[in-house]
Design a protein around this ligand. Structure first.
Ligand code: MTE
Ligand code: CO
Length: 426
């Protein structure tokens, strides 16, 4: 890096300290990261095309899309992970995002039988089983109930699953990108269930999707009556087809496979149903061959999204912004600590933006990089006091055969060129 901003890191460090304690005014002459000599920059002094020619009118982009210069910001899949893209997954580009809300077009997708395309006028939601009165709702019917707006993360139980045995995939998009966080609009599940009248022995709910996988999941009635929703909108617009248009179940803080998309039926029963998926795939296999079942809550977790393997440090030494995401299915995030030296020294990160229960939280840690190798880690603590474990702690508790529910601490190695790799240290 050139310009005076990159020299004298010691004085800049003291400036930073002053700025953070409110003393910014005294250091007005030394820019933090700006450059001197801008008057010789043709991008400043010359007239550019965008300045010279008229742009497109208001009729050119009836549904807006991101700038052409953001073309690389897309969901990506890993071809070798699954045998075909119909029953597969793609990943949210976490390293390209800011704040806590995932844009609709970038929410990771996980389908067992592809995307069902359903006209809302043809969609029905049925409630049957142990209810006083079985009911069928159209989408118009559902929109006549009182609505609520809630921000929640959705994390697939398989997120970080490839990382159980060791560092595998080079980028937080792949290691942690089976999570998204949007504002849902819909009707509380309790309202719908009360309309049908759950019988006294109705202790379980079966949720069924209308896609070709006819996916079903059992949900305990306690959770169903607590905070679940049937949602028809995300981030202010109708659900995307990928996310279950026109209707999906929202099961806050619990693993993604219970959030049934294209929701068409709710059956009340007095015991859990047997599901192929739940008993074979969404079960944590322990080293003694026993299975850990009914582990629904997504436990406290965090990841540094920048810098990270897909977002190396390109500006050289000096002022560096570290940013990341933390979340917990148990509530809010109370604190995130970060280390740049593999855990020898921990620093409390700054959480910025809303702190909502069972939603993503954004954290930052600003530091002065001296150009030496770093081992970056983050460790989140939720408001119930749960602390994110190390991967070794997880393996000791659950053995090496698990795939699901990996909330272990992630390590990124930064070399002196700013190139970053997924590693494990112990
Ligand atoms: N619902 C139906 N009907 N079919 C599916 O394949 N996949 C589940 C769940 N709901 C699935 C479904 C899984 S495993 C996950 S992780 C989430 O949807 C993913 O939600 P998303 O595609 O909106 O990210
Ligand atoms: Co899933």
């Amino acid at each position: 890096m050139d310009g005076p901003a990159s020299t004298k890191s010691a004085s800049r460090r003291s400036f930073l300290k002053g700025a953070l304690t409110g003393g910014a005014a005294i250091a007005a002459s030394t820019a933090l990261v700006g450059r001197a000599g801008a008057q010789s920059d043709p991008l400043v002094t010359d007239i550019q095309d965008w300045n010279r020619y008229l742009g497109e009118g208001v009729d050119a982009r009836p549904y807006g899309t991101p700038s052409q210069f953001e073309e690389h910001v897309v969901r990506r899949n890993v071809a070798w992970l699954t045998s075909d893209p119909i029953s597969s997954v793609n990943f949210t580009p976490l390293h390209e995002l800011e704040g806590i809300i995932t844009p609709n077009g970038l929410c990771f997708e996980r389908h067992h039988a592809g995307i069902a395309e359903i006209a809302p006028a043809d969609h029905r939601l049925m409630i049957n089983g142990l209810v006083d009165q079985p009911l069928i709702f159209t989408m118009d019917d559902l929109k006549r109930f009182p609505r609520e707006n809630k921000v929640y993360f959705l994390e697939c139980a398989a997120n970080s699953g490839m990382e159980w045995r060791g560092a595998q995939l080079n980028g937080c998009q792949y290691t942690h990108g089976m999570v998204h966080c949007v504002m849902y609009t819909g009707v509380s599940l309790r309202t719908i269930l009360e309309e049908a009248g759950v019988k006294a022995n109705g202790s379980w709910l079966l949720a069924e999707g209308a896609d070709a996988s006819a996916m079903t999941r059992s949900i305990p009635m306690e959770k169903a009556l607590d905070d679940c929703m049937v949602a028809f909108a995300m981030n202010g617009e109708a659900l995307r087809p990928e996310q279950g248009y026109p209707l999906r179940l929202v099961v806050p803080g619990w693993e993604g496979n219970m959030w049934v998309k294209w929701l068409r039926r709710l059956e009340v029963g007095d015991q859990p149903w047997h599901h192929r998926e739940e008993t074979s795939k969404y079960t944590d296999l322990l080293s003694n061959g026993k299975a850990r079942r009914f582990t629904w809550v997504m436990e406290v977790k965090s990841v540094i999204t920048n810098p990270s393997p897909q977002a190396p440090i390109k500006h050289g030494r000096g002022h560096t912004v570290l940013s990341g995401l933390a979340w917990s299915g148990n509530g809010t995030i109370k604190r995130v600590d970060v280390t740049t030296d593999g855990g020898r020294n921990w620093h409390q990160a700054r959480i910025d933006g809303p702190s909502l229960p069972m939603a993503l939280h954004r954290f930052y840690y600003e530091f002065d990089w001296d150009g030496s190798e770093l081992f970056l880690q983050s460790r989140a603590i939720d408001d119930k006091g749960f602390v994110q474990p190390t991967k070794d702690e997880l393996r000791t508790a659950r053995g090496p055969n698990s795939i699901y529910h990996n909330n272990g601490i992630q390590t990124w190695h930064v070399d002196s060129d700013g190139v970053i790799e997924n590693v494990e240290i112990s």
